[in-house]
Write a protein that binds this ligand. Structure first.
Ligand SMILES: [Zn+2]
Length: 357
């Protein structure tokens, strides 16, 4: 009901020309909209996780809206510098893609090329060097693919009773058990992959075909190097997609990630994105010591000169976001109508699911 009322008022504002006036305003000119994308579907991933995956057609529609509205897409480094110098061009936008999946290479890059837009990829590197499906997301996806089935009991996977996979809750219980075991026993990438293969077999799926599809895999070093050589900006997202609370371990995640990206691309990455949007104030000096000059969160908002450079807000664009709201965010109106929420993890002190791995 509230959502309907909000949409109705946003629609009224659009019809009354408020979007256009906001877009052209000095207020908007002093602000930077950093858009956050995750995966662009190779197959049906957007039906599985509409909040993380978007179809290529929808991404193209978003870029058309950016072009239609006269918005200027800037490279991240330039945009951040100009933000703090109060030198942004009108209607400035930055495009960021988290994780560096193979889908970026296969699906997002061709669309970016078509529009001539620069983009930053926040690249994790562990699964780039270990070219297998990312365990957590892949196990969840395979269970969803087989949601009409009953998963038989299996002692190796630790499944005591057959599980009806119809509901998300039931599938979530299976993955929670698998993840707890991986973390508890500190299983290696190979051991996790063996579990994934076993799960696929139990579900009657062809694991080899799944692996060959490159679904839910990261870009390999050669692909990252190609993207970088073409001009896409490869930046930091930790080596293993995690933010340990221990300073040494945290800084190691950053330095391992920096080292691999430097080796692959011949660049020195200094921009960072918090995995799963989770941050703690303690991380800020640790990032500074690692030479990081900007960091983006998943807190919704437009960045302005008052924003801390290591806590830059972003708008997470998802499949469920109506075009009207996307356009409201481009203009800046989206920030006015959305109650600003801090990331739940930062407020409650609860850490989100540690990693997608
Ligand atoms: Zn991520």
């Amino acid at each position: 009901m509230l959502k309907d009322m909000k949409m109705a008022s946003v629609r009224l504002m659009q019809r009354a020309g408020v979007f256009e006036r906001a877009s052209a305003s000095r207020w908007r000119r002093e602000r930077l909209l950093i858009l956050c994308y995750h995966a662009v579907s190779i197959a049906d991933e957007h039906e599985w996780r509409p909040n993380l995956c978007m179809s290529p057609a929808l991404l193209r529609a978003r870029f058309e809206a950016i072009r239609r509205g006269g918005f200027q897409v800037l490279p991240l480094d330039q945009a951040v510098k100009r933000l703090y110098k109060n030198d942004l061009p009108p209607r400035s936008v930055v495009l960021t893609f988290d994780d560096g999946g193979y889908d970026f290479y296969k699906q997002a890059a061709p669309i970016l090329r078509e529009f001539g837009y620069p983009a930053t990829v926040y690249q994790t590197t562990f699964y780039s060097d270990y070219p297998k499906p990312v365990f957590r997301t892949a196990s969840s996806y395979l269970l969803w693919k087989c949601r009409e089935q009953i998963l038989p009991a299996d002692s190796i996977l630790g499944i005591a009773q057959p599980v009806d996979l119809h509901t998300e809750a039931a599938r979530g219980r299976v993955t929670a058990g698998l993840f707890a075991r991986c973390d508890g026993e500190n299983l290696s990438g190979e051991q996790r992959n063996e579990l994934l293969q076993r799960l696929a077999k139990l579900l009657g799926l062809d694991y080899s075909a799944f692996e060959a599809s490159r679904l839910l895999q990261l870009m390999r070093p050669q692909e990252i190097a190609e993207m970088s050589a073409e001009g896409f900006d490869i930046q930091l997202h930790t080596h293993q997609h995690r933010t340990p609370l221990d300073e040494q371990l945290f800084r190691r995640e950053i330095s391992d990630n920096q080292k691999r990206i430097s080796e692959i691309c011949g660049t020195r990455p200094t921009h960072f994105c918090y995995p799963s949007g989770h941050y703690e104030m303690a991380f800020l000096p640790w990032l500074e010591k690692g030479g990081v000059v900007s960091a983006t969160t998943c807190d919704p908002g437009l960045a302005d000169r008052e924003s801390h450079p290591l806590l830059l807000p972003r708008f997470i664009d998802t499949s469920g976001q109506p075009l009207l709201m996307f356009e409201a965010w481009l203009s800046g109106v989206g920030q006015w109508v959305s109650a600003r929420r801090k990331a739940k993890s930062a407020l409650s002190g609860q850490r989100p699911a540690m990693a997608e791995y």
